[in-house]
Design a protein around this ligand. Structure first.
Ligand code: CUA
Length: 357
């Protein structure tokens, strides 16, 4: 429902939509409050001092402490309120909740969004969520950089090759809201969008049960781990095992051969699969082969979900790398480049892959 005459703003449909709008309104008011007096003063002084002879040599001024103090303090207060307001909204938006009611894995791809619920349901270019619940998205891409954007929720985040980014929201009213890719990603970028359906819990439960769920990400991950990729032959956890025991590893700190440590999070697990020799943990030999090119991003997401489940983690309580900016920890950024080399192998301009939209 649009409440304004000209639909300049989309619906406010998430818990932080009003905060973003309030901040934006504040910026507009500040801009107007400066622009009008400045333009008025230009005209006023232009008229008042237009007679050249009479005012040729103006009177000298010798400074005024009061004036200087006032024009320093007022802009300081204004800029600090903008900064603090912006920081508050930003941290609120980009710190995912520790206990999301719903977790969804998102893989971007030229030119579609592939989403999977932690209960197994898959969707393409559509996302169904319950109203009034915290929803957390763990996102990555198979090819180039995309950006997951839902204007009605006033939130968006880059989806970056070779790393995980997170987004969360709590929808406040049922409805159908546009979902966009907000980063130019090739020929059909403009068509890379869809809808977020916010439903009452009851309707959402119906929707969930009415959809074939198939394997959940954890089950897929276990299948890959035990059968398809054979990870279990080294990582099953017995005394004769060459690979690390993975039970309980999530969230722990590991020490690397040759110094350095890292906390085991989504990113670390992903990098360990794609680039195992880049971060050999103390007490182990660098014998694990890389799985780069053998697993898709969707399979990686499942493997990460499975390995997390071995530590009893269902929601992803990732500490590092939770923001979509460059503030990831050093351990993440150094190894992320390897993932890039892998995923960018596909041609960003290739017109293929569009048929399965
Ligand atoms: Cu994907 Cu633009």
């Amino acid at each position: 429902m649009q409440t304004n005459w000209v639909p300049l703003f989309p619906d406010q449909a998430s818990t932080f939509a009003w905060q973003v709008d309030l901040l934006y309104a504040y910026l507009i008011i500040v801009s107007i409050a400066f622009t009008i007096p400045i333009v008025a003063a230009i005209f006023f002084f232009g008229l008042k001092y237009r007679e050249r002879e009479k005012y040729a040599t103006p009177e000298e001024m010798h400074g005024s402490i009061t004036l200087e103090t006032v024009w320093s303090i007022i802009p300081f207060v204004i800029s600090m309120t903008i900064f603090l307001g912006g920081a508050y909204v930003y941290y609120n938006q980009y710190t995912p909740p520790k206990d999301p009611a719903l977790e969804v894995y998102v893989v971007g791809k030229q030119w579609m969004w592939k989403l999977q619920h932690s209960t197994g349901q898959r969707e393409i270019n559509e996302l169904h969520v319950p109203v009034g619940k915290k929803v957390k998205l763990t996102m990555t891409t198979e090819d180039v950089l995309h950006d997951f954007s839902v204007p009605a929720f006033r939130t968006k985040a880059d989806v970056i090759p070779g790393r995980y980014t997170y987004l969360w929201f709590e929808a406040t009213k049922p409805g159908k809201y546009h979902l966009y890719c907000a980063e130019y990603c090739g020929l059909n970028h403009s068509g890379m969008g869809g809808w977020v359906y916010v439903m009452e819990q009851r309707d959402f439960d119906n929707w969930l049960s009415g959809n074939v769920s198939g394997q959940t990400p954890v089950e897929q991950g276990r299948d890959l781990f035990e059968n398809k990729l054979g990870c279990a032959s080294c990582h099953a956890g017995g005394p004769q095992q060459r690979g690390a025991k993975l039970e309980g590893i999530y969230g722990k700190e590991v020490k690397f051969v040759g110094g350095g440590t890292a906390t085991v999070n989504d990113e670390y697990i992903r990098n360990s699969i794609l680039n195992p020799s880049g971060q050999v943990v103390e007490g182990f030999q660098p014998i694990m082969p890389t799985f780069k090119g053998q697993v898709t991003e969707e399979q990686l997401v499942s493997l990460v979900a499975y390995i997390k489940s071995l530590s009893g983690v269902t929601g992803s309580a990732s500490s590092a790398g939770s923001t979509p900016t460059a503030s990831n920890s050093a351990a993440n950024t150094t190894t992320a480049s390897h993932g890039n080399a892998n995923t960018q192998a596909s041609n960003p301009n290739a017109p293929a892959a569009n048929s399965n939209r």
